[in-house]
Design a binder for this molecule. Structure first.
Ligand SMILES: Cc1cc2nc3c(=O)[nH]c(=O)nc-3n(C[C@H](O)[C@H](O)[C@H](O)COP(=O)(O)OP(=O)(O)OC[C@H]3O[C@@H](n4cnc5c(N)ncnc54)[C@H](O)[C@@H]3O)c2cc1C
Length: 532
């Protein structure tokens, strides 16, 4: 059994930032299931929303965030993130991250991007590779920190809690079981300060902008450990994912629309204006729904994002990654519109936390996309999530540094080792892949951008059956990454469906044809799921 003062699961912006803040105060382990850089963070293109310009203000950023959140943002959380954001961003810059700048009247200033729902230009970026550069900077700093041990290719399996072990104390998180993917052995890690920073769950859906690691592991583990989960019905679908048979999961950043890109149908019509006078720059849910409706109405397989009014030089300079990737797939964005479809992008809900990232289970914290902090409400404002990851990593570290480990018997005794008993190797991998595909397709077909009670109930019934089958597999066979991810995917999918079924109104990202209008005051609360 290994012991650490702090253990963080996940090596995206939230996990790495937390580790760096905690390191001066004790030994830190970062557990991450693939290579260090495999994360949603590394794929972020647009940038970090942050008030840095004289033409902008905290009040405007707060107002835009709350407006996007459709009545469910926690105003105190919004204010905290917006106001603490600039200091956290400055720390990133001090680590060596250079955001793009431009010349203004003879002096250099930050080049601020504009995205949907923002009333001002306020998105700091490094070309269209912002997340990649942030991840690189943080990982380099982590690798230089002797107090931090980075366990790559180690997958957290389940949390160890006092209740699971039958201790007669208040429930508390005591550690985590971790699968070493190379040896196939499960290790026990003991800690009183465990932080989940496992990111989102895009892989629950057939079409997603997320990388393969986004399988909802953190939410599923916290749920099994008894923590409260909130607002899982609010899944953000990004309106513009590249539509090409070989390019699954390639995002065309919202910043392209911020620079004048217009979504058109095959006749060249700017159809999103029919849904909202802001047209292509309306918030993501509005644009995604308008695209979904247009595709359903016309039977089209995709729509088109037209930025041909910008010069080739501008596109190459501002969007080098998108420009090159499109060209690789035979699309010259300077001359022709880019074929796009909506895809699952961001999990607004997650493990319910307070303003420091503490969950309802003592000793367990959650930060970044896996958490439901109250910042996003029913819809995330573009580029607010990297900022949230930075601010909550800092706040959680401060809170945990000050916290006193609880007095419980596990302080003195060892935790039990993982038992595989006489479990066999999985005999038919096809079952895992089949169930995986089935979940992703049913979520896309029945729990997508536009929902109905009937479709949700159908999804719920299918998922219960699948969960039973997967559970049998879990107990009878030796665990593998694929099996664990499938189990987590099924749990997360079921939590999304249960949350969606319990919200009998349309709000933000949750749109149902059975209740197409936003409900009154009594609906203005979080959807909370708990075992109790
Ligand atoms: C294509 C794309 C573009 C985006 N663009 C922007 C943008 O411009 N601005 C913005 O603010 N946001 C953007 N987002 C959202 C943003 O990138 C994420 O919300 C944010 O990076 C999440 O950070 P995180 O640290 O919470 O999680 P992640 O960066 O996803 O990191 C999660 C980590 O947890 C690890 N992990 C997961 N499960 C386990 C397990 N069981 N055991 C061990 N390790 C595990 C993963 O391997 C990974 O290292 C974008 C997202 C995508 C997909």
């Amino acid at each position: 059994m290994r012991k650490f003062d702090f253990v963080v699961i996940g090596s995206g912006i939230a996990g790495l930032s937390f580790a760096l803040k905690a390191a001066p105060h004790g030994r830190v382990a970062i557990v991450t299931k693939r290579q260090g850089a495999d994360s949603n963070t590394a794929w972020a293109q647009g940038g970090v929303a942050c008030v840095t310009s004289n033409e902008d203000s905290f009040d405007l950023h707060i107002r835009d965030t709350i407006e996007a959140g459709a009545g469910l943002c926690d105003p105190l959380v919004v204010e905290t993130v917006v106001k603490e954001g600039p200091d956290r961003v400055r720390e990133l810059m001090e680590m060596g991250l250079h955001f793009d700048e431009r010349d203004v009247a003879g002096h250099r200033e930050l080049d601020l991007g504009r995205e949907g729902g923002h009333s001002k230009r306020r998105v700091l970026h490094v070309h269209d590779l912002t997340g990649y550069e942030i991840e690189k900077t943080l990982l380099r700093t982590v690798r230089e920190s002797p107090e931090i041990e980075l366990f790559e290719n180690h997958m957290a399996v389940d949390l160890i809690t006092a209740a699971k072990l039958g201790f007669a104390t208040e429930d508390h998180c005591l550690g985590v079981y971790v699968l070493d993917e190379k040896s196939g052995l499960v290790e026990t890690i003991r800690t009183d300060r465990l932080v989940l920073a496992t990111g989102g769950c895009g892989k629950v859906y057939l079409y997603t902008t997320n990388p393969a690691v986004a399988t909802g592991d953190g939410v599923a583990m916290a749920w099994r450990a008894g923590a409260i989960v909130a607002n899982m019905e609010f899944i953000q679908f990004h309106p513009t994912c590249l539509f090409h048979p070989q390019a699954t999961s390639f995002l065309i950043s919202e910043a392209v629309r911020g620079e004048g890109g217009v979504v058109r149908n095959s006749k060249g019509e700017d159809f999103t204006r029919r849904a909202d006078p802001r047209g292509s720059l309306a918030p993501r849910d509005v644009v995604a729904r308008a695209i979904d409706a247009e595709m359903k109405r016309t039977g089209a397989k995709c729509v088109f994002l037209d930025i041909t009014q910008q010069s080739r030089e501008f596109l190459q300079e501002r969007f080098p990654h998108i420009y090159e990737t499109c060209l690789r797939y035979g699309i010259d964005m300077a001359k022709e519109p880019i074929p796009v479809v909506p895809a699952a992008h961001y999990q607004c809900g997650g493990i319910k936390t307070n303003l420091d990232g503490a969950t309802s289970l003592p000793g367990l914290y959650a930060i970044g996309e896996v958490a439901s902090t109250g910042l996003h409400g029913a819809n995330r404002l573009a580029s607010n999530s990297l900022l949230e990851g930075l601010v909550f990593a800092h706040r959680a570290a401060n809170a945990l540094i000050k916290s006193q480990p609880p007095a419980h018997p596990a302080g003195a005794v060892s935790l039990p080792e993982w038992k595989s008993g006489d479990a066999q190797d999985v005999d038919e991998l096809v079952v895992i892949y089949h169930n995986w595909d089935e979940i992703r397709r049913l979520m896309w077909d029945y729990v997508g951008i536009v929902r109905t009670d009937k479709r949700l109930q159908r999804a719920s019934a299918r998922l219960r059956n699948l969960q039973r089958e997967i559970q049998e597999f879990y107990w009878n066979f030796r665990i593998t990454v694929d099996l664990l991810e499938l189990r987590n995917l099924a749990t997360t999918a079921a939590l999304i469906v249960d949350s969606a079924l319990s919200r009998k109104e349309s709000r933000g990202l949750h749109f149902t044809m059975d209740y197409p209008l936003m409900g009154g005051k009594s609906f203005r609360g979080d959807t909370l799921l708990s075992h109790g």
